[in-house]
Ligand binder design. Structure first.
Ligand SMILES: Nc1ncnc2c1ncn2[C@@H]1O[C@H](COP(=O)(O)OP(=O)(O)OP(=O)(O)O)[C@@H](O)[C@H]1O
Ligand SMILES: [Mg+2]
Length: 269
C-alpha cells in the first residue's frame, strides 16, 4: 500500500493561520488572533494520529488546514508531495481540489448539524461520489458502505431525523469513506455521543481503518479516545505542537502541557 519512495502521505510545513477579529472603532483595524502558529507535521501512510490540547489551542484550525478546508495564512500542505490548495483561494477551485478530495474524508462533531435534513440518507451518502465523479454504480457503493457502518439497507430511503445521534454519526462516517479515501480526518467525531455509543463509534473507526487501510487524523479533547484509537499523538498549546510522539507518551507525560491534560482527564471505566 504505502509507496516505498518516501514522500509522506500528508505534510504541513510552516503552517500559520491568523484571523482578523472585528474592528473596535472606525479607524482601528481589528486585532489579529493567531490560531495556528508555526506547525510542521508529517503524517505517514497508515498512521493514526491523535491531536490533543486544551480548548482554543488550535486543533480544529490545524485539521481544517490539513484537510484543505481552509487556506493557511503562511505555510503549505502537501499530500504525497503534491501541493494542496484550499478552496476559496485564488488558485483553489473545486476542480483543482478534486484529486485531494478523493484522497480524504472528514467527520465533524455534530451529527445533527452535518446532515441535510431534507435529503434521504442514500443521497447524502452518495453525494461525494457525484461531486467527485466516481465511476461505477453509486447505488452499490452506498449499499456496501452502509453495511460497513452497520446501518440497515433500508436506511437509504429514510431521512436523518429518523435516526439516533449515534446512527447519524454512522451516516456521516459512511459519507466520509464512501469514495475510498486514504485519509480520514475527524474533529471530535465522538464528543457529542454518550459513553456507550462513543465506544462503538471508536470501534467503528478502528475497523474501518483496518479494513480500508485508512490513515487517521483525529482531534479529540478526550485523551481516552486517542489512547484507544491512535498510535501517535501531537499535543497542541497556543497554536503550536509542543510534543509529538508515540501515544505511549500519554502514559507517563513529561511535558507540562501534556501532564496537565492527562491529569485533567476523567478516568475511563
Ligand atoms: N473563524 C475564526 N475567526 C476568529 N477566530 C477563530 C476562528 N476560528 C478559530 N478562531 C480562534 O482560534 C483559536 C483556535 O481555535 P480552534 O477552534 O482551532 O481551537 P480548538 O483547539 O479546536 O478548541 P476546542 O477544543 O474548543 O474546539 C481560538 O482562539 C479561536 O477563538
Ligand atoms: Mg475544536
Amino acid at each position: 500500500m504505502p509507496e516505498a519512495n518516501a514522500q509522506p502521505l500528508l505534510q504541513g510545513t510552516g503552517l500559520h493561520r491568523t484571523y482578523r477579529l472585528p474592528r473596535r472603532g472606525p479607524f482601528e483595524p481589528g486585532p489579529v488572533r493567531t490560531a495556528v502558529d508555526g506547525v510542521d507535521l508529517t503524517v505517514a501512510a497508515g498512521a493514526r494520529l491523535g491531536i490533543v490540547g486544551e480548548s482554543g489551542s488550535g486543533k480544529s484550525t490545524l485539521v481544517r488546514l490539513l484537510a484543505g478546508l481552509e487556506a493557511p495564512s503562511a505555510g503549505t500542505v502537501t499530500a504525497s508531495g503534491r501541493r494542496v490548495v484550499a478552496a476559496g483561494t485564488a488558485t483553489g477551485s473545486a476542480a483543482a481540489m478534486r484529486w485531494f478530495r478523493r484522497e480524504t474524508g472528514v467527520v465533524f462533531q455534530d451529527p445533527y448539524a452535518s446532515l441535510d435534513p431534507r435529503m434521504r440518507v442514500g443521497a447524502i451518502v452518495a453525494e461525494p461520489l457525484r461531486a467527485l465523479r466516481i465511476p461505477g454504480s453509486h447505488e452499490s457503493l452506498v449499499a456496501d458502505v452502509l453495511a460497513r457502518v452497520d446501518l440497515p439497507p433500508d436506511a437509504v430511503d429514510r431521512y436523518p431525523h429518523e435516526f439516533s445521534g449515534g446512527q447519524r454519526q454512522r451516516i456521516a462516517i459512511a459519507r466520509a469513506v464512501v469514495h475510498s479515501p486514504r485519509i480520514l480526518f475527524g474533529d471530535e467525531p465522538m464528543s457529542a455521543l454518550d459513553v456507550v455509543v462513543r465506544a462503538r463509534v471508536i470501534e467503528l473507526f478502528r475497523t474501518l481503518a483496518d479494513d480500508l487501510g485508512l490513515t487517521l487524523v483525529l482531534v479529540s479533547h478526550d485523551i481516552g479516545v486517542v489512547q484507544r484509537l491512535c498510535d501517535t499523538v501531537a499535543v497542541m498549546s497556543a497554536g503550536r505542537i509542543v510534543e509529538h510522539g508515540p501515544v505511549s507518551l500519554l502514559d507517563a507525560p513529561t511535558h507540562p502541557v501534556t501532564r496537565a491534560l492527562v491529569e485533567a482527564a476523567p478516568t475511563l471505566p
